[in-house]
Design a protein around this ligand. Structure first.
Ligand SMILES: Nc1ncnc2c1ncn2[C@@H]1O[C@H](COP(=O)(O)OP(=O)(O)OP(=O)(O)O)[C@@H](O)[C@H]1O
Ligand SMILES: [Mg+2]
Length: 604
């Protein structure tokens, strides 16, 4: 797997996009942003007002000092203390108001960003969960994980600090410039002059840092991917003694990451002093120009002090503002990717007018079904099959014949490209999702156990099941004995030490789960492959009682499992090539008879 497909690094989905496509991607991001901000618009307005007033209050300070010096002090010398007191009180007042408003602004903006993130997190989870299997089979789990983690993190970073700094910094600089021009135009012009070197320095920094941050993100993603791959494949790593090679590879990647970080730090090592220097030189020039004018009597000394304070403070937010662009870029890329996932439509949509099927009989029918995962490669051409209610069908055939595909169509993990699959005459596409899930259950080889107790895992098939029902289901599939033997019996946590179960035991648990669900149609896709012969026999006995009153499709490579079926279908290249009772087929001369003969010979 390449780095980009696993973690969805920078540019992953932007490769080779045409102008029109990237415009659409941008529109898609904006739509998402709009839908996130819309419910918060009143709060946004309030926050904007608060930040404007608080910045204005902060910027008022030096002007008040100038007033105090130029008007208050001369007045005081004439025994009039009022102007100076007014300046002092006003300074204090704006200081307190400014601080209080900043505090309020911080809380308001944090609430907004948390609300946006909460909304987005939920949306990403619920939507990816809702998307059909088709999406998950092609969109690697690593990519989904990075949507929910690193992408949301870069958006959080932007919201938490980036935007705050930009808004505050921008307003601050704007207000200072306005204040400066209104109290002393000449100093304003000097400040304007300083913008020229400032512009070039910032441009230089942005270009370099953008490139470096991108390299840094890719390097960190490579480190993570290597780590994740090694740890998930730890058994293969150990079995093939790959440790030494990994050590070298990982060492190289980590060094690469360190080097690029060192370069980022170097960049700041130039940018920060550069900013300080431009600031200092500007202050120096303002002092020089202003000093001469004070000496000439053209400029009151208080104004010079205020001008110097303004000039000094003007450069304060610069560094954060220069950084904003970087966090903005990664957040924008993240938003593009997230909006891409959120705009995916489930390929197996819920019906608009669902048909309720309270109790299904279990009559499954394929009506002229054609199916292809990808347009140009048809897996099932013109498939017609009728499985009467209550029949147990064994599906055999070589690898890649399309058995699992057939199972996925019955479970409606996919919809046919043409034709229809029906349950009791109702097209699966029209069936109410809850009825569909209750009526049709598929058990696969995977037998996934969720964290929780064994009982919880069995109860997945029927969330409101009592303990007796759970135990009865376990007994029915022959799981009861081993469960009793676990440290805490049915309450054993499957992920804790001691609760670890073997692959076969996992399958038994997933069987109990399906038994408890009691569906009208049960599909077992290689679900008995991890069971040893005795327990398989045990399961077969249980299967027989269970399958007696429901429709069942069993896909199994072991022919012993096939013996309990009423009917055997042999599939090749997406077609049924043989169809009959086990005995008839064994007596014949077809593929199944050959397979069966070979299997019987292998037993003796
Ligand atoms: N998600 C998928 N996307 C594209 N093609 C797929 C997908 N799943 C299966 N196929 C293709 O469909 C064909 C049938 O696969 P299927 O899994 O149904 O075979 P199978 O009969 O269950 O095989 P096995 O006995 O090995 O489980 C194969 O050629 C396979 O390459
Ligand atoms: Mg299969």
């Amino acid at each position: 797997m390449s780095t980009t497909t696993v973690l969805g690094v920078e540019g992953e989905e932007r490769n080779d996009l045409s102008k029109e496509e990237s415009r659409q991607v941008r529109r898609r991001s904006l739509r998402l942003l709009g839908s996130l901000l819309h419910p918060l618009r009143m709060r946004l307005l309030l926050t904007a007002i608060v930040v404007v007033v608080s910045t204005a209050a902060q910027v008022a300070g030096p002007a008040l000092i100038a007033f105090g010096i130029d008007n208050g002090l001369p007045a005081l010398l004439k025994q009039d203390w009022l102007p100076l007191a007014a300046a002092g009180v006003a300074y204090l007042f704006t200081g307190v108001i400014g601080a209080a408003l900043i505090a309020w602004y911080t809380v308001l903006s944090a609430r907004i960003s948390q609300a946006i993130l909460l909304d987005l997190r939920k949306r990403v989870f619920l939507h990816t969960q809702k998307l059909s299997l088709e999406f998950h089979e092609s969109y690697t789990s690593g990519r989904i994980i990075s949507r929910q983690t690193s992408d949301l993190d870069s958006i959080r970073e932007l919201l938490d600090s980036g935007i705050n700094q930009l808004v505050q910094g921008f307003l601050y600089m704007l207000f200072i410039a306005v204040a400066l021009f209104s109290i002393d135009g000449v100093s304003g012009l000097v400040l304007l002059g300083s913008l020229v070197p400032l512009y070039f320095l910032t441009r230089w920094f942005q270009k370099r840092s953008q490139a470096l941050f991108r390299i840094s993100r890719v390097a960190s993603a490579k480190v993570i991917v290597h780590f994740v791959e090694t740890m998930t494949g730890i058994r293969a790593v150990k079995a093939f003694r790959k440790e030494k090679r990994n050590e070298k590879e990982f060492g190289g990647l980590v060094e690469e990451y360190r080097d690029v970080n060192a370069r980022v730090i170097q960049l700041f090592g130039i940018f920060d002093p550069g900013l300080v220097m431009i600031g200092n030189v500007t202050v120096g020039v303002v002092l020089l120009v202003g000093g001469f004018r004070v000496a000439d009597g053209a400029l009151p000394i208080g104004v010079l002090l205020a001008v110097l304070l303004y000039t000094r403070r003007f450069f304060d937010p610069m560094e954060e503002m220069a950084m904003f662009y970087n966090s903005y870029q990664s957040a924008a890329a993240a938003l593009e990717k997230i909006s891409g996932v959120l705009e995916e439509e489930p390929s197996v949509p819920d019906p608009v007018k669902p048909v309720d099927l309270w109790s299904a009989e279990g009559h499954v029918r394929f009506d002229g079904v054609t199916f292809a995962y990808k347009k140009d490669r048809v897996i099932l051409p013109e498939f017609t099959l009728d499985i009467p209610a209550g029949q147990t069908v064994a599906l055999v055939g070589s690898t890649g014949a399309g058995k699992s595909t057939l199972a996925k169509l019955i479970s409606r993990f996919y919809d046919p490209s043409e034709g229809r699959v029906t349950l009791d005459g109702v097209d699966l596409r029209d069936l109410h999702p809850k009825d569909l899930r209750r009526a049709i259950v598929m058990v696969t080889q995977e037998a996934y156990l969720f964290s929780g107790s064994v009982a919880d895992n069995i109860a997945l098939g029927k969330p409101d099941a009592s303990r007796e029902e759970i135990v009865r289901a376990a007994k029915a599939v022959g799981a009861h004995e081993f469960v009793e033997g676990l440290p805490d019996g049915y309450d054993t946590d499957v992920n804790k030490r001691g609760g670890r179960v073997s692959a076969g035991q996992r399958q038994l648990i997933s069987f109990a789960r399906a038994f408890l669900a009691d569906p009208a149609v049960l599909i077992l896709d290689e679900a008995t492959s991890s069971l040893d012969i005795p327990s398989e026999r045990l399961v077969q006995e249980a299967l027989q009682t269970l399958l007696s009153d429901r429709t069942a499709v069993i896909i199994a490579h072991r022919l012993s499992t096939v013996a309990i079926a009423d009917r055997v279908l042999v599939m090749e290249h997406g077609r049924v090539v043989e169809d009959g009772t086990p005995d008839d087929l064994i007596a014949g001369t077809g593929r199944f008879a050959q397979l069966h003969a070979a299997w019987r010979d292998s037993l003796v």
